[in-house]
Design a protein around this ligand. Sequence first.
Ligand code: CMX
Length: 440
Amino acid sequence: MGIVKDRFKAKADAANIEIKQLLKDHGSKKIGEVTLAQAYQGMRGITGLVTETSLLDAQEGIRFRGYSIPELQEKLPKAHNGTEPLPEGLFYLMLIGELPTQEEASYITEIFQRRSHVPNHVFAAIDALPLNTHPMTMFVVGVMALQTESYFAKAYSEGINKKDYWETIFDDTIILIARLPRIAAYIYRRKYKNNEHIHPNGLLDWAGNFAHMLGYDDASFRELMRLYMTIHADHEGGNVSAHTTHLVGSALSDPYLAYAAGMNGLAGPLHGLANQEVIKWIFEMQEKLGTDLPAKEQIADYVKETLNAGKVVPGYGHAVLRKTDPRYTAQMEFGKKHMPEDKLCRTVWNIYEVVPPILQSLGKIKNPWPNVDAHSGALLVHYGMVEYEFYTVLFAVSRSLGVLASLCWDRALGFPLERPKSVTTESVKLWLEGKEQIWE
Ligand code: CMX
C-alpha cells in the first residue's frame, strides 16, 4: 500500500496544519443558524459536518473533489478498451484530492486484487442465514464477520498512540473495499444461482472482476458496473449512509463496524433500498396493466393511485437536490447508448416525463425530479439481473469507496467524537416562555 499511503499521509499532514490555522483565525465564525423546525424535521440544511471527499450542490448535483460526473467520465482513467471511468481512480481522487494517472489507478487495482482474499468464516456466517434473508442483511452479516480482520481494533487494544489511528484505519479501508465484491457476489450466487460460485479473475479491474464474479461477462455489463460503482460512491457527508459511517467511526469503532452501520442505513427504503423499490413498483405496474410498455396516461393513473394509497413514488425526490440528479442522467445516457429500444428503459424515460408535474401539483414536494435510484434497476434488468432485492448490495459496494475514504480523513484530521445536543419538547416549551435556556 506504500505509495498511496505515503501520499495520503503527506496530504493529511498539510491539511492538519491548514485546518489548525483556519480554526485559530476563524473558529468562532458562525456557519449557520438552527431553527426549531430544523430540529424537529430532519435537520435539513444545517451545516454541521466536514466531509472532504465530495460536495453536493442542490442545482448541479454532486462534485467529487470539484469534479462533476460528466467531468469524471471524461478525465478518470478507463479500463483497456473501456469508455467508463474506473472506480479505483475515483477512490484515489477522493483519498488524495488529485486526479490519478492511468498508472496510479492501476496501482489501486493491483492493491485491491492482492488484498481480496475473503476468509472462510465469512462465507460460513452468510451460509448460516436462511436463504430468504434479504441480501442486504446477508451483506452486513458478511461485513461484520470480516471484522475479525481489523488492524485498527487490534492496534487500539494494544494501546496505539492516537496520532497513528489513521494508519490502521487506512489499512482496514483498503482491505475491506478489496473484499466486498467477493462477499457481494457470493451472496448473489448463493441466493439466486444455486450456490454456484465463480472464482475471481485476477486480470480484471475491481468492478470488472465484480461483474465477472456475479456471472455477467458481457463487456458492456462490465462497463455498466464501472459507471455504477463510480456514480454511487459518495454524496457528501449528511446522507444517512455517509453520516452514519462517520458518526459510528467517531466513537473509534473500526471501519468494519462503522461501514456496516452505514449500510444498515442504506438498506432503508427512503435511501438506498429505493433502487429495488423502483423496479418492484414498475413490475407491479406492468402486471396490473398487463403490458410491458404502458402508455403515459396509464403511468399517470398508476402514479396517482400510488400517491392516493399514501405511498411515495420511489426514485423521485431528494432531501438536498432540486433538479434532475446527474447520476440519473449518466445512467439514462448509458441506456440510450447501449439499449435504446429496451422497453423497461423506455418506461423509465416515460415515467420521467409523467411523474414530475404530478408531484409538483401536490404543492408540498420540494424536488419532483428523479434521483439515482429511478434508473439503475432498468439497466441491470436489461442484462438479466432481475433479482431486484439484490440491487442495494451493489449500491453498498460502491458506497464503500466514499464513506471509507472519508473515514480515513476523519481519523487523519483527528475529528473527535460526534455528539450534537438534543432537546425535549418540554424544554422547548419552557424556552419559548422565556423560562429556560436550551443551548449552552
Ligand atoms: N413521492 C411521494 N411523496 C413524496 C416524494 C415522492 N417521491 N418525495 C417527497 N414526498 C413527500 C414527503 O413524504 C413529504 O410528505 P409529508 O409532508 O406528508 O410528510 C413531502 O413530500 C415533503 O418532502 P420533501 O421535503 O420534498 O422531501 P424529504 O427531504 O422529506 O424526503 C426523500 C426526501 C428522498 C426521502 C423523499 O423524496 C422520498 O421519500 N422519495 C422516494 C424514496 C426515494 O427515492 N429515496 C431515494 C433517495 C436517494 C437515495 O438516498 O438513494
